[in-house]
Design a protein around this ligand. Structure first.
Ligand SMILES: Nc1ncnc2c1ncn2[C@@H]1O[C@H](COP(=O)(O)OP(=O)(O)O)[C@@H](O)[C@H]1O
Ligand SMILES: [Mg+2]
Length: 232
């Protein structure tokens, strides 16, 4: 287990007053074992320390319905078609958007989601080979057009990510346990999405140690917040 290196937060500039903050929606994306959950927790803690109102949530999950759907979609005992898998993810996303994400953003919170729509395109599109345009349309329906302000893409070779997940205790994961070639297509998909959406997606080298990844991510988030508040 990599600990949260909260000491890293101290080197970051304190963010301005939390009162009357404008909400923001930031997603953390990447393949299995890239370090998304580890980073999202540390980032949320650091930004809370700087006085911000932070909401940390994840997909699939984040709502009661999402939690049930997560168990189904990841259950290694359950066989399902690729579109069936997609619909379950999209149903989980729709409830996450209207029950959690939109209200928190409207409430001025800095909202971090551990996975969001880019995962659907990377896993079901590039990984499973489903039609990307159809996936984009359905994903837009599920999110009702909600697009992240900023996406941190943790990039690590699939072999490294998978080796990391093996150290994690798990009851099995129908998607995470897929073969290496699948995970390589997923990673290539994430990189293609980063090229396509350079204005939103920032690629972070996740092969570095966890504290370097955290520092790079914090710098990216603080730069983005600063640019927004100065209107650049
Ligand atoms: N930068 C890192 N270097 C080495 N190990 C890491 C790093 N980030 C996370 N880990 C470890 O790798 C495993 C997977 O991390 P996790 O955050 O669960 O990945 P993800 O949520 O992307 O699947 C965990 O055991 C975690 O402690
Ligand atoms: Mg995770």
């Amino acid at each position: 287990m990599v600990e949260n290196r909260i000491g890293e937060c101290e080197s970051m500039p304190a963010e301005a007053d939390a009162a009357g903050e404008q909400g923001a929606f930031i997603t953390v994306e990447g393949g299995d074992g890239a370090g998304k959950t580890t980073l999202a927790k540390s980032l949320a803690e650091c930004l809370r320390q700087s006085g911000r109102s932070v909401r940390l949530t994840f997909e699939p999950g984040g709502t009661s319905l999402g939690t049930r759907l997560r168990a189904l979609v990841l259950d290694p005992e359950l066989e399902m078609g690729d579109w069936d898998e997609t619909w379950l993810f999209l149903a989980a996303r729709a409830s996450h958007v209207h029950d959690v994400l939109r209200p928190a953003i409207a409430n001025g919170e800095l909202v971090f989601s551990d996975r969001f729509s880019d995962s659907t395109l990377a896993y079901q599109g590039y990984g499973r080979g489903l039609d990307l345009e159809r996936l984009r349309r359905l994903s837009d329906e599920a999110t009702q057009g909600l697009i992240p302000d900023l996406t941190l893409l943790l990039d690590v070779p699939a072999e490294v990510g998978l080796a990391r997940t093996r150290t994690r205790s798990s009851d099995g994961d129908r998607i995470g346990d897929a073969d290496l070639a699948f995970h390589m297509r997923v990673n290539a998909g994430f990189r293609a999405l980063a090229l396509e959406h350079g204005e939103r997606i920032v690629v972070i080298d996740a092969s570095l140690d966890a504290s370097s990844v955290l520092l790079n991510a914090l710098t990216t988030v603080n730069d983005w917040l600063e640019a927004r508040s100065s209107g650049t």
